[in-house]
Design a binder for this molecule. Structure first.
Ligand SMILES: [Zn+2]
Length: 226
């Protein structure tokens, strides 16, 4: 569950590290420029990533780390439980920029087992903006209520993680910017993935391309829905 204790403990424990972080940044930046001089000058001029990653804000899911990528390779939007609400300007503007301006060829929505936002969606009401956000995540519960009611505990959690990812891919398939790109001939692909924090392996769940609807990937995640 998302709790004040979990949030606060992390903040207080790390306050003394700010000077360390800045020193580590300077060391890393020097090393990166020394080892990749041409790439560093290209990045100073602009970005041209080929993938747009929509992932959970969870501290274990940095896309550049888990995909072993360098700066400039992935355009990123993260929020609690990797959600694409139909009226959220943050994620919708990021989709518009990634697809309409950067012309990425792939959008990835990556969820993860052990997601606090998904646990919260399966729990009771929360106060404040967090509660309002989780209620948007809960839309995936409402859509898949019958299947989720047949599962308990960890199975229920894992299945909702997967269903929620695929629901976001389905939403992106109806997104105005995405539809327009496809109608203009773009080969843009949408990919739903799940990362298991037990082994940090990413498994594909579903895809959607211009032709045809959402397709589930055989062997991805839990047993597939009928
Ligand atoms: Zn999460």
């Amino acid at each position: 569950m998302i709790s004040d204790r979990a949030v606060g403990a992390g903040c207080f424990a790390d306050m003394s590290k700010i000077s360390d972080w800045l020193a580590r940044n300077r060391d890393w930046a020097r090393r990166f420029r020394a080892e990749n001089p041409q790439r560093a000058s290209e990045l100073a001029a602009g970005q041209a990533p080929s993938v747009f990653w929509i992932g959970c804000s969870d501290s274990r899911l940095d896309p550049c780390v888990v995909m072993d990528l360098q700066p400039g390779e992935v355009f990123v939007h993260r929020n609690i439980a990797n959600t694409v609400p139909p009226s959220d300007l943050g994620v919708l503007s990021a989709v518009q920029f990634a697809v309409g301006v950067l012309r990425v060829s792939r959008i990835v929505v990556c969820g993860h087992y052990g997601c606090g936002g998904i646990d919260a969606a399966l729990g009771g009401d929360l106060p404040g903006p967090l509660g309002q956000w989780v209620d948007q995540v809960r839309e995936s519960v409402r859509i898949n209520q019958d299947e989720l009611d047949s599962l308990d505990g960890a199975d229920r959690h894992r299945r909702l993680v997967e269903l929620h990812v695929c629901e976001q891919i389905r939403r992106l398939g109806h997104n105005r910017t995405v539809r327009q790109a496809w109608e203009e001939g773009s080969l843009l692909e949408l990919h739903g993935w799940v990362l298991d924090v037990a082994d940090f392996i990413i498994r594909p769940l579903c895809t959607q391309k211009h032709e045809g609807g959402l397709t589930y990937v055989a062997g991805g995640g839990s047993p597939l829905p009928a």
